[in-house]
Ligand binder design. Structure first.
Ligand SMILES: [Zn+2]
Length: 354
């Protein structure tokens, strides 16, 4: 009953307020509350100030590191250059030699093959950088293992960089840590790459660097290898009317074809591909990289199936426009558009041990 009595006068009172001073009155009500809550918040902050100050400091350092290295793309080497500036050394001959050492070494880089093992050192009385250059294709993976052979706390700046569209422009791909463990990077853009190593000033560091590059996917035809790839990517088809957007992997009819990644499949029948299927590396079957398998004799999966890497998807055949050619798997890779599958399918890289 009380509630009802209280509730009833309210609707009649608010229209009155609106009529008298609709603009000013609500503001007067809000402001003291806002001020009071801000004050209360400040008091609460002040009372736990010591705790807050400490966490704020570490979290702001983390935030600074995040902003510097992740958002602004500064490397630890950039930070060292900044330290040289602060120390007033950046414009002195020594600082200049350190800053331009990478550029200088890049004029005569050491070319590395698909498998390289390097044992080298920096002396504390020289100001140099070591630059190793290689060219990589989309679909390959690069493996490296950088090991410090001398125990010192001196910084060794090391990074993987990709050549930009302009001359002498290199973009950092990732930092290399000299932790003696194996690291890998999947190459999503073909081009010239370099590994850059440089210690801070007055450091003597011995290191070993093992590098290898090769394919990033398991072979999609059971028992086959990249030597079985016949028709290449991009060659003209139908008298030049279209380009071949995949590779042809020859194998005897009925050989299992397998999933190159974990993903979801969608099968289809008809047209140039005959019995074909799409394998998407996205679990929802949307976006991501898609793999196309065509001319299958038969399927081992159905549309909507989730598969694991290595699962049998179907069997090699010559359906579709391959009906007059020997049985083969037409294999395509689509990442926004068709890309050459061959670099994905070359032998997996193995790091040399010496
Ligand atoms: Zn083909």
């Amino acid at each position: 009953m009380q509630e009802l009595n209280k509730a009833s006068p309210q609707p009649s009172s608010s229209p009155e307020e609106n009529n008298n001073s609709a603009v000013v009155k609500p503001k007067r009500r809000v402001r003291p509350w806002l001020l009071l809550s801000v004050l209360l918040l400040l008091i609460a902050l002040l009372s736990v100030r010591d705790d807050l100050r400490e966490t704020a400091l570490t979290s702001s350092q983390q935030a600074m590191r995040f902003v510097a290295f992740e958002l602004l793309d500064f490397s630890p080497r950039d930070v060292f250059v900044w330290r040289l500036r602060v120390a007033g050394l950046a414009h002195r001959p020594l600082g200049q030699r350190w800053i331009t050492a990478v550029e200088k070494a890049s004029q005569q880089p050491v070319s590395i093959t698909h498998q390289s093992y390097i044992n080298a050192s920096f002396a504390d009385d020289e100001v140099v950088a070591h630059v190793y250059q290689l060219s990589l294709q989309q679909g390959q993976q690069l493996l490296w293992q950088l090991t410090r052979l001398t125990s010192s706390s001196d910084n060794l700046y090391a990074s993987l960089e990709r050549k930009g569209p302009n001359a002498n422009e290199w973009k950092k791909v990732t930092a290399l840590s000299a932790d003696g463990t194996e690291h890998r990077h999947f190459i999503s853009q073909s081009g010239d790459y370099r590994l850059v190593l440089q210690p801070e000033l007055f450091s003597s560091i011995n290191y070993s660097l093992a590098v290898a590059h090769g394919g990033s996917l398991p072979f999609p035809v059971k028992g086959g290898s990249h030597h079985d790839i016949g028709g290449g990517f991009g060659v003209a088809r139908d008298g030049g009317a279209r380009a071949h957007h995949g590779v042809d992997i020859f194998a005897s009819k009925g050989t299992p074809v397998t999933a190159v990644v974990d993903g979801k499949v969608r099968i289809g029948r008809g047209g140039l591909g005959g019995n074909y299927l799409w394998l998407s590396d996205n679990k929802f079957g949307l976006s991501g990289v898609r793999y196309y398998y065509a001319h299958l004799d038969s399927f081992a999966v159905a549309s909507g199936d989730s598969v694991k890497q290595g699962d049998t998807l179907g069997y090699v055949g010559n359906t579709g426009n391959a009906k007059n050619t020997p049985p083969h798997l037409h294999f395509g890779v689509y990442a926004s558009g068709p890309v050459d599958p061959a670099p994905f399918l070359t032998a997996k890289p193995v790091l040399p041990t010496r």
